[in-house]
Design a protein around this ligand. Structure first.
Ligand code: ADP
Ligand code: MG
Length: 534
């Protein structure tokens, strides 16, 4: 995504500039905050009606139009029809996850805590590392981005060298990628810094030719010294070597990153969002390396802010990393229904046209999302989807029924996504359960699932797992909310599980069969069926 000039290799003993300087006027964009275009939603708005309109077009109207402008007549009639009626949304973008709100109600305490810790950076010292915890949708990312924007703005205002770098570790999920991305970002920043310095120095050099006092109050005692410094900076600039996306040994990537950060004096805050995903995928080496950097950096200081959805992820960390990373901890508790109402209310004011939401809509969205562990993302999704359903139904207001339909739709979308991405073995176990239910078996036990599962495996030449493994897979499906498995005691015969499907059967089956591997079974269905019957 980023483009870097192709520069030859970076020397290791770069001269460092430690005296005062002005912050590069780079306005760093963090995440997708900038890609919201509120005016752009109108064009998108009506496409969802496309399936319903064709029968409504009045051919006479089209003929009339063609009198005035033959070429455009037909298409104008088409879109006129689509544009009819009052649209509900003022700006749908405001309800999308990519939108970064500038007001975050009910997060004042967490935001203040972060600011109190990070203000140290504006005094030129190293802030403590921070670990932020909270379930999804509790406003962690939004708050962190808000704080980092404020921090950078203030650092520019007071000309304090402080930079924030945000990384989403769900996307950038290996040590190589994290370090490469950081290295390249800091190389970019260094290039801007050097270009600004060069501009200043070239002006200074020009002044020395006409003004003999030009060097007073600078670090330079002669025009030659200025010239040397310019040469030095120019060669630094030429030597920056961006890290390729793959292929280097990790220690070389680390060294490049280290040198880029240490190129000049500054405090650097590295925000690692979804840090639990990084640790899960690639272990804690990255965090270990980052957290011990400060003892070796000469000019700059690094502070880490980790954000995690998983409250227990530090259990997997090296104790040194754990204590270093968790110097300060901030918890983001789930929102309750009242807080979600405030959040929705606030966003709805800009997202919807006036008077388009009936009274119960926001409270119901808030109530549904509060059940879903107080997830603001879910609340906003519900509100947006309810609005879209109302729009599609061509009603003038969003009603309670739209929210209920939105809840069903989102839940179904979730199920479809979860089922679609299951590993083949879990799909087979789930399909076995579905076949049993379809044949009227209730309170299915593990043995029954296992028997059908085994036959399905044979049909498609898949490895047959042990019954014990299959029991584990059933527990996983239970945790994902796809089946409901309760343990029942059979007295002296031990215990078994009673399994019932907790998702809509037909939709789930359709998703399973869309997997080409599982689809093979469908062709063999009568065969399976015959065996199943006896
Ligand atoms: P997390 O990172 O904790 O999973 P996010 O910060 O991504 O959660 O928040 C999810 C969605 O809810 C985003 O669209 C965000 O803008 C919104 N949101 C969360 N908390 C608030 C709040 N206090 N006020 C307004 N919007 C919020
Ligand atoms: Mg987040």
């Amino acid at each position: 995504m980023e483009s870097h000039p192709d520069n030859p290799s970076q020397s290791s003993d770069t001269p460092h500039e430690t005296k005062g300087f002005s912050e590069p006027p780079e306005s760093q964009t963090i995440g997708g905050a900038d890609d919201t275009d509120e005016s752009g939603s109108d064009g998108v708005r009506n496409t969802s009606r496309a399936d319903g309109f064709s029968g409504d077009i009045d051919l006479d109207d089209l003929d009339l139009d063609s009198d005035t402008d033959e070429a455009d007549g037909a298409s104008r009639g088409l879109f006129d029809d689509l544009l009819e009626g009052e649209p509900i949304f003022e700006s749908k973008e405001v309800l999308r996850p990519s939108y970064t709100p500038h007001k975050l109600p009910h997060r004042e305490e967490q935001i203040n805590n972060m600011a109190t810790i990070l203000v140290t950076a504006l005094r030129g010292d190293t802030p403590s590392n921070i670990l932020i915890y909270g379930k999804t949708g509790t406003g962690k990312t939004a708050s962190a981005k808000f704080v980092s924007e404020e921090l950078e703005t203030t650092s520019q205002k007071y000309e304090v060298p402080c930079e924030v770098q945000y990384i989403n570790c769900e996307v950038t999920d290996t040590q190589y990628r994290v370090l490469a991305q950081l290295a390249n970002k800091f190389i970019e920043k260094n290039e801007i810094y050097i270009e600004n310095r060069l501009e200043d120095l070239e002006q200074l050099r020009d002044r020395t030719t006409s003004d003999s006092d030009a060097l007073n109050g600078t670090n330079f005692d002669s025009a030659d010294a200025v010239e040397d410094r310019i040469d030095e900076l120019e060669s630094d600039l030429a030597e920056f070597d961006p890290v390729p996306m793959t292929g280097w040994p990790t220690d070389r990537v680390y060294t490049t990153f280290f040198e880029a950060v240490d190129y000049h004096e500054r405090v650097v805050v590295i925000m690692l969002d979804e840090i639990d995903k990084l640790v899960e995928k690639s272990g804690d080496d990255t965090l270990y390396n980052l957290s011990r950097m400060n003892s070796e950096l000469k000019n700059s200081r690094v502070s880490i802010m980790g954000i995690s959805n998983d409250l227990k992820f530090t259990d997997f960390l090296d104790p040194r990393v754990k204590s270093s990373l968790g110097e300060e901890e901030i918890v983001f508790p789930p929102y309750d229904a009242t807080q979600l109402r405030d959040i929705l209310q606030h966003r709805a004011e800009t997202a919807f046209k006036p008077e388009t939401l009936s009274e119960d809509v926001i409270p119901l969205c808030a109530a549904f999302a509060a059940q879903e562990h107080g997830d603001a993302r879910r609340a906003l999704d519900l509100l947006r989807t309810a609005g879209e359903l109302a729009e599609r139904g061509r009603t003038e207001t969003v009603e309670e029924t739209h929210v209920r339909k939105a809840q069903e739709k989102i839940e179904l979308d979730r199920v479809v996504e979860v089922v679609r991405t299951l590993p083949t073995q879990s799909k087979l176990v789930l399909y076995a359960t579905i076949l049993l239910e379809k044949n009227g078996v209730h309170n299915i036990n593990t043995g029954e699932v296992f028997n059908i599962y085994k036959r399905l495996c044979q049909e498609i030449d898949a490895d047959v797992l042990t019954q014990r493994r299959v029991t584990d897979l059933i527990s996983e499906l239970d945790m994902l909310g796809i089946v409901n498995a309760i343990v029942v005691s059979k007295g002296r015969y031990g215990r078994t599980k009673e399994i019932n499907l907790s998702v809509p059967l037909e939709e789930t089956e359709a998703v399973l069969l869309s997997d080409s591997r599982i689809g093979e079974v469908e062709d063999a269905q009568p065969f399976v069926q015959a065996r199943f019957d006896n």
